[in-house]
Ligand binder design. Sequence first.
Ligand SMILES: *[C@@H]1O[C@H](CO)[C@@H](O)[C@H](O)[C@H]1NC(C)=O
Ligand SMILES: *[C@@H]1O[C@H](CO)[C@@H](O)[C@H](O)[C@H]1NC(C)=O
Ligand SMILES: *[C@@H]1O[C@H](CO)[C@@H](O)[C@H](O)[C@H]1NC(C)=O
Ligand SMILES: *[C@@H]1O[C@H](CO)[C@@H](O)[C@H](O)[C@H]1NC(C)=O
Ligand SMILES: *[C@@H]1O[C@H](CO)[C@@H](O)[C@H](O)[C@H]1NC(C)=O
Ligand SMILES: *[C@@H]1O[C@H](CO)[C@@H](O)[C@H](O)[C@H]1NC(C)=O
Ligand SMILES: *[C@@H]1O[C@H](CO)[C@@H](O)[C@H](O)[C@H]1NC(C)=O
Length: 457
Amino acid sequence: MVKEMRVQSNPILSFHKNSHVFVKFAVCFVLVGLAFRLLFSDSALSIGLNLPVEPPSLAAADQQETESSSSSASDSSLFPVQTQNSTVVDFPGNNSQTYGNFAVKCDLFTGDWVPDPSGPRYTNESCHVVESHQNCMKNGRPDSEYFYWRWNPRDCELPKFNPQSFLGTMRNKSWAFIGDSISRNHVQSLLCVLSQVEQAVEVYHDKEYRSKRWFFPSYNFTLSVIWTPFLVKAGIFEDMNGVSTSEIQLHLDELDKTWTDQYSSLDYVVIAGGKWFLKTAIYHESNTVSGCHYCPGKNLTELGFEYAYRSALRLVFNFITRSDHKAFVFFRTTTPDHFENGEWFSGGYCNRSVPFKEGEVDIKDVDAAMRNIELEEFEKATAEGSEKGLNFKLLDTTYLSLLRPDGHPGPYRQFQPFAKDKNAKVQNDCLHWCLPGPIDSWNDLVMELLVNGGKYR
Ligand SMILES: *[C@@H]1O[C@H](CO)[C@@H](O)[C@H](O)[C@H]1NC(C)=O
Ligand SMILES: *[C@@H]1O[C@H](CO)[C@@H](O)[C@H](O)[C@H]1NC(C)=O
Ligand SMILES: *[C@@H]1O[C@H](CO)[C@@H](O)[C@H](O)[C@H]1NC(C)=O
Ligand SMILES: *[C@@H]1O[C@H](CO)[C@@H](O)[C@H](O)[C@H]1NC(C)=O
Ligand SMILES: *[C@@H]1O[C@H](CO)[C@@H](O)[C@H](O)[C@H]1NC(C)=O
Ligand SMILES: *[C@@H]1O[C@H](CO)[C@@H](O)[C@H](O)[C@H]1NC(C)=O
Ligand SMILES: *[C@@H]1O[C@H](CO)[C@@H](O)[C@H](O)[C@H]1NC(C)=O
């Protein structure tokens, strides 16, 4: 948000060099808090509000989710996850070395975006589940260059998602995306790719259309998205326009039952969190108020969002590792936004039309801090989980997503925003992803981790 950090050739290492970040947060807190305050007190501004808030229309629109398959879910959990030092898994110039009993192919998350003339695997015509705010084609986004790239891990080939094979391995299974509106964005990408094989039947939605469930009849496969932006229990006092009437009350020692109640029925989960923790919130622990994040005038201890996010993730991972139920668990790292020359509330925009190359972009401090917390907590959880034979996979999409400033709706979150006035001032969305768009590659990665998971890390 304020100061930025250079991404060097090894994103994993460079993210970790960022300890000075925490000093800067003293300043950041105030600014972030102020931003959200503005957001919540101004209904006009908050309408689109992409970043930390769930765009209201997203909630009302149609959504979907899906994800990929499974198979070799056995050996990988024994291999220690090396999140802080990628040199252990990254073998430049050699696609498959044997490492102990495991063939380590490469680090899937280090690489470049390379031209891909084959283009998107679905369109706004072939997929009916893209919600309006991410339907950039329909909304009139004029350029289409952003379709023609694929993620190319430095030291190995990443096969494209195969919907037949995915659905085949998902026979009789259930899969859920657990998180915020980015998880919904992801689910829609998966549903679109799967719709080439079978159209899913929507079998459930909650009142606000934020959580949904679909069924693939030929495969007896259930796919759902569970909206739980904090993963822990939270009192959220927001109307459908994202306008808040009171501070969020966050219970840092209690998980959100919305997802934990369903956990034992799920074979595969993709869990993610992040951006919502930047909001103003009052923190509760042991039935008392323990502090807050950005609550001036309340005479409470500022604990910082890192404290809350770390507490929440610990609780999530403890629940999973201690559960009698064994699901295949993906944890997706935080997703960066690309607002330039402002934030979402102050005229920030994202009008680039090609990806960044390595070294051309800085990760924002808040994203670096969140990802560091994620990696640290994930690593601890994997160590504990592997003793119990659990499958944990890190879906480390932060860096590859950071390289795609061109993949967001920008002004085209609205239908034909410039139809009436070429100079119209419209709210930009530089956080969610156009569909089709770069987020489709997340499914390629999920599929590869499912099919060949034992070879990575
Ligand atoms: C990463 O691993 C290499 C090789 O084992 C080691 O030399 C280096 O010090 C490690 N770096 C960090 C940051 O742990
Ligand atoms: C990887 O390295 C080993 C040993 O150096 C070599 O035998 C093997 O052919 C290499 N594999 C590839 C795919 O380059
Ligand atoms: C799909 O997008 C095109 C523009 O690329 C638009 O003309 C068409 O109406 C859209 N179709 C649907 C069903 O939204
Ligand atoms: C799916 O469940 C049905 C009914 O229980 C069973 O007959 C079938 O073998 C199962 N298929 C797989 C791949 O598990
Ligand atoms: C569908 O899958 C469930 C397990 O998820 C199984 O209990 C059920 O028998 C399956 N039904 C059919 C018709 O295969
Ligand atoms: C703030 O809280 C502290 C400790 O709870 C208390 O001692 C102090 O009187 C409070 N200050 C105000 C202005 O309420
Ligand atoms: C993006 O928008 C800014 C401000 O309107 C403009 O100066 C710049 O030329 C635009 N860049 C591209 C690539 O269109």
